[in-house]
Design a protein around this ligand. Sequence first.
Ligand code: PEP
Ligand code: MN
Length: 267
Amino acid sequence: NANRKFHPEDTVVKVGNTQIGGGSLTIMAGPCSVESEEQVVAIAKAVKASGATMLRGGAFKPRTSPYSFQGLGATGLEYLKIARQETGLPIVTELMDLSQLPLFKDVDVIQIGARNMQNFDLLKAVGHQDKPVMIKRGMSATYEEWLMSAEYVMAGGNENVILCERGIRTFESYTRNTLDLACIPVMRRLTHLPIIIDPSHATGKSWLVEPLSMGAVATGADGLQIEVHNDPAHALCDGPQSLKPEDFDPLAKKLLKLHAELQSLGE
Ligand code: PEP
Ligand code: MN
């Protein structure tokens, strides 16, 4: 059960030799989409050196237009595994459809995208998997609906659920979405599950990633998911919101420092 009332202590999700929740700050970073082996390995090495503890990267991509790059699919998953082998970083990647599930056996964390947050058959299927599942908040989902999606996974016996806020749809169009930082304290109160903030999809603009990441850490997030690309101008997906490794590096260090300082204040 996802409800704090029935489970007062915080859930700590173990992933490889790292963990999500329990007072640590998890930084997941990597490209929106895996584009080639060289690309994902180079980015993985860079983000690891900066302090990231997980590698993100999409192989199956939920694109708004059918004419946009749809991801490398199974080949992309292979490249992610090579990057994991090279760096030791566990991988988090999106599962879009039940038919892809056999390919995800060796993935560390299964991501359920915002567009699939209420794909109940998909949620039931990952509820029977023996691996952590990160559920991104649907772009117009209420807290209650988001928690019910977590409940679907947990009802199948999989208790290793992570929540990820990635911005919601509002009337504002300057930013890609509107980041709801209030969800952190609200979710803390309602549930024991860890919560990750994705400032990249929330804003759509690379220059907004730093201030909102700092805000998320100050508000008590368990971690961040940040898009990093070696050549954002030529990225096949989400270039405008992607940080270059050289800009991610000082940010990751700043976030870890802020987190440590807040902990020493006894937040
Ligand atoms: C992603 O993380 O690659 C992604 C597509 O995010 P979202 O589902 O939040 O749009
Ligand atoms: Mn993206």
